[in-house]
Design a protein around this ligand. Structure first.
Ligand code: IPE
Ligand code: IPE
Ligand code: MG
Length: 249
């Protein structure tokens, strides 16, 4: 269906506040076009732009994009290097647009282990957009859910050791406040492109009740219309949170 027709089907009163995306299929898309994997990553930038713009236009408050996992270091050095450079290049090009659209940039993950230029470009982008209010775009970089929960366990232990916190004070809220997503609502919708139907260590704690949406579309081909389709699908579902259907009315 046409983009505008899809957009008009979205109920703006029932928008997810936070949408998380596992951007997958860049390599396969490139292969399909007889090109090296990096060509896929480069073309994935268009999809990032489309999703960011579409989400901001609708009024979504947070979009979190899985850009590089802690496991992705295992890829060929050449690909990892190209991805890190692409990030620097993209950030320097897009910060102006983010500012123009009043979008704040944020990053989650073990950022200190990123190459210096990437880390710097990221911090620079975050600083330059910090006062923007319309939407927050979160990049998950050198991120994994298990890493994040382990870090939370460490920092809670430190607080207990120092007497700042008692073990009985630990509950789901305290733990949530020690995650890198603190202050953000949990994603209500998680999209994964490329036909894979796994989580790959993304936002494990936060997606406890997220609706999962899997699409065969490869990330470089993902456009506003695909994004709208995912939201329409989400809005058709009944979110029961353990209750019965009858209890919801
Ligand atoms: C997603 O596309 C991008 C990153 C993980 C950085 P892939 O590179 O995983 O593409 P496929 O899954 O090999 O097709
Ligand atoms: C997940 O994609 C990580 C990102 C999108 C950054 P992968 O392509 O790395 O996931 P697996 O290895 O297929 O599970
Ligand atoms: Mg992949």
């Amino acid at each position: 269906m046409e983009q505008q027709a899809l957009k008009s089907q979205i109920d703006l009163d029932k928008l997810p506040r936070h949408i998380a995306v596992i951007m997958d299929g860049n390599g396969r898309w490139a292969k399909q076009h007889g090109k090296p994997r990096v060509f896929g990553h480069k073309n994935g930038v268009t999809a990032v732009r489309e999703v960011t713009e579409a989400a901001a236009e609708l009024g979504v408050e947070y979009v979190t994009l899985y850009a590089f996992s802690t496991e992705n270091w295992k890829r060929p050095k050449l690909e990892v290097g190209a991805l890190m450079r692409l990030l620097v290049e993209t950030l320097s090009k897009e910060i102006e647009t983010l500012n123009k659209n009043n979008i704040r940039l944020k990053a989650i993950g073990d950022l200190s282990k990123l190459p210096d230029i990437t880390h710097k470009a990221l911090l620079d982008g975050i600083a330059k957009t910090q006062h923007n209010k319309r939407m927050t775009l979160v990049l998950a970089l050198n991120y994994s859910g298990r890493w994040e929960i382990t870090e939370a366990a460490k920092s809670l232990s430190e607080q207990i050791k120092s007497g700042e916190l008692a073990p009985e004070d630990i509950n789901q809220d305290t733990l949530g406040r020690h995650l890198s997503t603190k202050g953000m609502p949990d994603p209500e919708l998680l999209i994964r492109t490329s036909g894979e139907t796994r989580i790959s260590n993304f936002l494990l704690w936060q997606i406890a009740y997220a609706e999962l949406y899997f699409t065969p579309t490869y990330w470089p081909e993902f456009r506003k219309a695909h994004f709208y389709q995912a939201i329409i699908d989400y809005q058709r579902r009944e979110r029961r949170f353990g209750k019965t259907s009858e209890q919801l009315v």
